[in-house]
Design a protein around this ligand. Structure first.
Ligand SMILES: CC(C)(COP(=O)(O)OP(=O)(O)OC[C@H]1O[C@@H](n2cnc3c(N)ncnc32)[C@H](O)[C@@H]1OP(=O)(O)O)[C@@H](O)C(=O)NCCC(=O)NCCS
Length: 295
């Protein structure tokens, strides 16, 4: 089904990508100028890599799924910072094509959906070094409902406590990122329920959001990834304005809500560059090799 092509999950392991400064700059030059300063504002190379790959993923995915050439893609951000694609889908194939990226630790990822809102979060589940697990978690008490907090606290070991903490955290982030809220959203009223982290659902201000679905996956060592898929009417006013369709009949909406979720596909940075440019680079590399041989 054509609609299913709008469901994409791509991930890059940036710990394996160590570009020289020149190569980094040449990769960045494939992006429009306005995307450069949000990358170079970071001092640490690891942060620059995350910001660059986050943007490359967005352009490459749009190019692949919608067939828009790299240099014609227009990605803007809402005032809350959530990126969205500006495009006019005359075919109506993907009524609400939207995407969300996340980066933490070794990974940068993107998820897209054709009908529902999508929110993505990666959590690098690091162990606190300067304080005990209890003290660390305590700092975030106000983000959790009483039920979530007691579930975290009743874990048998510090490791398990931390693990539960990150799982709830990751789910909350995916939810707020799907609706497009920035910093400052109250989250103790966003309460997650699960059966051993399957059949996950959310209750917001006492109401179950049964037109949402959530997934929580383990990725590599010590990373969690969560995906939220939900109703466009729940988005912030600004993000809702970027969507084509926010009202659906039940049957029509269920078609989008129940699309199969796909596995994450691992991508290399080179896979994300415009195809013609990669071909050109290979050609230039070959010319370099030939000239080094003095031929
Ligand atoms: C903006 C925010 C959503 C980003 O989350 P984060 O965990 O710091 O970062 P992530 O790596 O998951 O996501 C960053 C990406 O999300 C996207 N993004 C930025 N603002 C966004 C927003 N308001 N909504 C959705 N996505 C957003 C961007 O693509 C960004 O990457 P880029 O700038 O490199 O392109 C976050 O700062 C925030 O406000 N979180 C909610 C607040 C909160 O209280 N969280 C506690 C959870 S218990």
């Amino acid at each position: 089904m054509e609609l299913e092509k709008g469901v994409q999950r791509w991930i890059v392991d940036i710990s394996k990508w160590n570009p020289s400064p020149d190569y980094f700059a040449s990769v960045m030059s494939f992006l429009p100028q306005h995307e450069h300063s949000p990358i170079t504002r970071f001092v640490k190379m690891e942060d620059r890599k995350r910001a660059l790959v986050s943007r490359l993923l967005q352009y490459a995915l749009v190019q692949q799924v919608l067939g828009i050439p790299y240099d014609e893609i227009i990605i803007r951000r809402t005032v809350e910072g959530k990126p969205y694609l500006e495009y006019d889908d005359k075919t109506g194939t993907f009524p609400n094509f939207n995407f969300n990226t996340s980066h933490d630790g070794n990974f940068v990822a993107i998820a897209s959906e054709p009908v529902c809102l999508v929110g993505l979060d990666i959590a690098n589940c690091s162990i606190p070094m300067k304080e005990s697990v209890d003290k660390f978690i305590q700092n975030f008490l106000s983000y959790f409902s009483n039920l979530e907090w007691s579930d975290i606290m009743k874990a048998d070991s510090s490791y398990d406590k931390l693990n539960r903490f990150y799982r709830y955290w990751c789910l909350k982030e995916a939810f707020v990122k799907a609706i497009g809220v920035g910093v400052g959203k109250r989250l103790d009223n966003v309460e997650f329920h699960h059966s051993d982290w399957n059949d996950i659902f959310v209750i917001v201000d006492g109401t179950e959001f049964n037109n949402w679905r959530f997934w929580l996956l383990e990725m590599g060592e010590n990373h969690l990834v969560s995906i939220a898929r939900g109703h466009p009417a729940t988005a912030t006013t600004n993000y809702r304005a970027t969507l084509k369709q926010t009202e659906f009949g039940e049957k029509e909406y269920k078609l989008g809500l129940n699309l199969p979720s796909v596995h994450f596909m691992f991508r290399m940075v080179e896979d994300l560059l415009p195809v013609s440019i990669v071909a050109c680079h290979h050609y230039m590399d070959r010319i370099d090799i030939v000239s080094e041989d003095g031929e």
